[in-house]
Design a protein around this ligand. Sequence first.
Ligand code: NAP
Length: 479
Amino acid sequence: MSSCTELRKKLFIRGEWIATKEYTKLTSPYTNEVIAEIPFATEEEVDYAIDSAFQARTIMAQMPAHQRALILERLVQLFEERAEEAASIIALEAAKPITTAKGEVARTIQTYKFAAEEAKRIHGETLPLDAAPGGERRVAYTTREPIGVVGAITPFNFPMNLVAHKIGPAIASGNPVVLKPASQTPLSSLFLAELLHEAGLPDGALNVVTGSGRIVGDKLVTDPRVSMITFTGSPEVGIGIRNKAGLKRVTLELGSNAALIIDKDVNIDKVIPRCVIGAFSNQGQVCISLQRVYVHEDIYKDFYEKFVLATEKLKVGDPLDPETDISALISPNDIQRTLQWIEEAKNGGAKVAAGGKAEGNILYPTIILNANPHLKVSCQEVFAPIVVVNKVQSIEEAIELVNFSRFGLQAGIYTNNVHTAFDAAEQLHVGGVLINDIPTFRVDHMPYGGVKESGFGREGIKYAIEEMTELKLVIINRN
Ligand code: NAP
């Protein structure tokens, strides 16, 4: 029986909906109204979920590729049938404007489609062992085996698609999962559990455990039956996980303060709409949200004046209104924090050219000019609709400023000079360089991940499958 239509939700373990003793109230970030009661799992319940996944290991590992693909194809179909409902869930629990939420559901469908396809393409290679003296008449080949139980811990900002980036490749490669969604966005994951159950996933292959990040997270990270932790979230939590995980495989998709360089000869009118999307979609709560823009001095003034005008056209309001561009931040604490950071910027000599104020839980889209690199709005991850725009004298100076960061997820550069483009691609210290686009571009099959405190390991289905499988070597001696 599904728990999706009831106010009081249940854990999903071993193919069943399970009530727990304690519940917490889930409220809408926009209205503050209670929207659900969420089970607060105990350590014993997490233990049961891990045991269920551990028991499901063999059935998942032995399941043929076509069957794993079929389950994912059925999931895609169910998502397509219930796309409206899926988008409403995201809009409700995350205050994501409904139009953006629909976009996330479309992306989620893409991600599971890629997973269904990749399930059929997992293979090793043959090796010429006779390349080494003593290797003659030996045949060698590699295979990729499922790693075992995957502990997946996910953030609030893309509650369906970032979950898909873990569950999709895990199923495609024959691994069972215990999923711990963010406390603010558990409904998307419970919805997924319902769909995957209907799609025919074996019991225990997906277990969804809601509750405290620390209690559930610690148990997943330290339990020896869990072979891998795949985490997307803040650097602070990610580093803590890495320190506790011992020899478990860990992939970390962490934060950033993504930057864009704009060279002097580019057509600003083409760039500005992209910058508005990059800086403000989902209220800037995107790991590759555009946070820093370095513009060549020749076009700096023209750029920021037009950028301010375009930003002021954005509509703030109810996430369920299709006209809304910007809605509430995920928590009132984030309003307090970001207003303090804006104040610090002003006191540090920066100028607020747009926004800079809050109404209820909404922070107006904010553009800050002339912010020095040591201000929080420059060097920390703002995770809010705030972007700093600074003037540079050369591209070399801009590259240096982009690289002056704890983070390195993606960076972009607009230029018409092919040499500048190649130099930037080489010199920017990030996981992905976008030439003539904002750093906020992502499609779901590309390798995605960062350097420095942005984490390590890559997602993008094929790349996540590599992380979720073990390479095995087989040698046949024909001598
Ligand atoms: P977060 O606070 O780090 O939470 C992420 C997840 O970790 C949640 O499920 C959280 O549970 C759990 N958690 C909290 N404490 C834990 C612990 N001690 N052990 C194990 N798990 C624990 O991040 P967030 O605020 O949800 O998301 C925003 C962050 O995610 C930003 O930094 C953003 O850049 C990053 N992000 C990165 C990517 C990427 O692909 N690189 C994508 C999206 C977001 P609770 O919710 O119950 O605390």
